[in-house]
Write a protein that binds this ligand. Structure first.
Ligand SMILES: Nc1nc2c(ncn2[C@@H]2O[C@H](COP(=O)(O)OP(=O)(O)O)[C@@H](O)[C@H]2O)c(=O)[nH]1
Ligand SMILES: [Mg+2]
Length: 249
């Protein structure tokens, strides 16, 4: 038995929609990183939303090559939240995850940051990759509109949730404990199937009293592919915040 068979099982869930270039790089880098993380067992679960650019064919080949790599094939684009919900459910029920790490498939999240999340699986329930604390950053090429969207969205969400102690509510790079937390969440009532899913999950983790650790991340510029975030997601985020205020989590 290798040391990778001991320690908490962390499943990295990665949604993809037409991310062929990034996918090849991410899998290669995770393959190098896994053996170094001797205190944790790391598996990876891709959730592909019907990519037509060769990502799916690449993932089919890679899953045959690596036993630690798993793939859910969705037949069509159902939204980022729907992809994570399906991935998280599968990671818990089929892969028996102890922790789930949400990780985007476009290399805006840096695989080299993963070890700093794993450091806190003891003593914490929720580790949030944070762009707006010392050591964290957003891409240099972001225009004022994207900066305002991100910072403004964060401010509104912090106020609405009363989460004044948190610095990056809309971050998508997060590690969550399953036992007592994610296993208690009913994913069929997730308030959004899109990017705003993450605000509902965060509110749920806080309500359950998760011990939170913020770690700095440098959010990378997108080198290939396209963002699926659309202007409409602002309205969706406000809708989710309202639902949390009115109906709770
Ligand atoms: N399976 C699936 N993946 C998605 C969907 N929307 C976005 N993604 C993937 O989720 C990750 C984050 O999405 P992205 O559009 O980059 O969000 P942004 O970084 O906030 O602009 C990327 O790897 C996308 O390819 C979807 O509807 N289904
Ligand atoms: Mg992205």
């Amino acid at each position: 038995m290798s040391s990778q068979d001991t320690g908490p099982h962390v499943v990295v869930v990665i949604p993809t929609l037409n991310e062929k270039e990034a996918t090849a790089t991410i899998v290669e880098r995770l393959d190098s990183l896994r053996p170094q993380q001797v205190s944790h067992h790391i598996s990876v679960l891709y959730v592909d939303g019907g990519s037509g650019d060769g990502t799916l064919e690449l993932l089919n080949t890679l899953t045959e090559q690596y036993a630690w790599l798993h793939l859910i094939r969705q037949s069509d684009k159902r939204g980022l939240g729907a992809a994570y919900a399906e991935g998280m459910n599968y990671a818990m029920s089929e892969l028996k995850a102890d922790f789930i790490l949400e990780f985007d498939g476009d290399l805006q999240h840096n695989p080299d940051d993963i070890p700093q999340f794993l450091k806190y699986t003891e003593g914490y329930d929720y580790v949030i990759g944070t762009r707006f604390i010392d050591g964290g950053s957003i891409p240099d090429d972001w225009g004022l509109d994207r900066i305002l969207l991100s910072k403004g969205g964060n401010l509104i969400a912090r106020l609405a949730l009363g989460a004044h102690h948190l610095h990056d509510i809309t971050s998508g790079f997060k590690l969550s404990r399953v036992k007592g937390f994610l296993e208690e969440f009913d994913f069929s009532r997730l308030y959004s199937k899109r990017h705003a899913y993450k605000i509902h999950l965060l509110a749920f983790m806080l309500q359950r009293g998760a011990r939170v650790k913020e770690v700095p991340i440098e959010f990378q510029a997108r080198e290939a592919g396209e963002s699926k975030l659309i202007k409409n997601d602002i309205v969706d985020t406000l809708r989710v915040l309202s639902l949390i205020r009115l109906k709770g989590v």
